[in-house]
Design a protein. Structure first.
Length: 345
């Protein structure tokens, strides 16, 4: 639930809050949330400029940098990282600006793969088949050292700064690792794409569970779990959707899993579950429509199902307090607190 200036004005008109109290409360809230993430012009500029700098050191790294050699890449990475750490310290602890501080700390984190690549190149530990830019293009187990180093650096930076945006490169790194680990563990099956799908699915489950654990522990004072949920659900749903399913029962089970994802997303107030779940259900209904393309009753059945779901929503709304209270009462205290916070947010 978000409070606007209009809400406070309505409260003063109804005699609930005096005018002077409403003004003081609004000024307090405006100051308190001045540095919080949101869709403001300053934040758009922060993220746009920050992502350009991050992309320059990762996705858009060109072959010209390879001429600097391993020691040159390592030196430049360390130099930029020092500048990024100084900027993070100044922005967070001197100026109390968590959004640009998070971008600066994330810039430091995305330099870690480049530094490890440069060190490996300098010591002759890397094969010369790939350039650094191929890290974002090709699956290969040789990238695992860079990915483990990124996760280790992320743990240190997150412990020091407690900034949620640091989890964005962690989410991307986990996604990369879910693919790069296959040729390392089973090199003889590196071209078996069904194995990649299964690994992606279970990596997604593990990442989502970690995100949920962080969600429960942090209480959403700061949304540390946001990027991990996106990565975990994407890996899980992508692996699940690409798995081969020849039987109708397996396709129906796939639809049930997606319905469960919609329910989980609603319960946790996490849209990523609901979005991917809805896409899965739509895909299953498209499959059914292809099987029943000559049936006159299929559109009628879908219409009836849609109205039944709407009626269920009306019934839930009528008894929401009692049903939600009964369900939450049987849950552990940390999870109950998380759900109550999600419902009020």
């Amino acid at each position: 639930m978000k409070i606007s200036r209009a809400d406070l004005l309505a409260a003063t008109e109804d005699g609930i809050v005096p005018n002077e109290v409403a003004d003081r409360l609004w000024n307090f809230l405006a100051y308190r949330h001045a540095g919080a993430p949101g869709f403001r012009a300053t934040h758009v500029l922060y993220y746009f400029g920050g992502l350009l700098a991050i992309g320059a050191m990762s996705l858009f790294m060109n072959l010209g940098w390879e001429r600097l050699g391993g020691w040159g890449l390592l030196g430049i990475s360390i130099g930029y990282a020092v500048l990024g750490l100084v900027a993070t310290e100044q922005l967070l602890y001197r100026k109390d600006l968590p959004v640009p501080a998070g971008i600066a700390a994330t810039f430091v984190l995305v330099l870690v793969p480049l530094a490890i690549y440069g060190l490996q190149e300098a010591l002759g530990w890397r094969p010369h088949d790939f350039a650094y830019r191929d890290f974002h293009r090709y699956i290969d187990w040789n990238w695992l050292m860079m990915e483990f180093a990124t996760l280790a650096a992320a743990a240190v930076l997150a412990w020091r700064y407690r900034l949620p945006f640091l989890l964005m490169p962690v989410a991307v790194t986990l996604w990369y690792m879910s693919m790069d680990v296959v040729p390392f563990l089973a090199p003889e099956h590196r071209y078996r794409w069904e194995l990649y799908k299964l690994v992606s699915l279970w990596f997604g489950v593990a990442t989502t569970l970690v995100a949920f654990w962080i969600d429960v522990r942090s209480g959403r004072r700061k949304d540390y779990a946001f990027w991990l949920y996106i990565a975990g659900v994407t890996m899980f749903w992508g692996g699940l959707s690409l798995l081969r399913s020849d039987g109708e029962w397996s396709k129906f089970l796939y639809c049930c899993v997606n319905i469960a994802m919609i329910a989980i997303g609603t319960m946790l107030a996490r849209r990523v579950f609901a979005v991917f779940g809805a896409l899965g259900v739509i895909g299953y209904l498209a499959h059914l429509s292809s099987l029943c393309r000559d049936s006159l009753m299929f559109p009628v059945f879908l219409s009836a199902l849609g109205f039944a779901i709407v009626s269920l929503g009306l019934l839930w709304q009528r008894h929401e307090a009692q049903l939600a209270g009964a369900l939450r009462g049987s849950l552990p205290a940390p999870l109950r607190k998380l759900l109550e916070h999600a419902q009020s947010g």
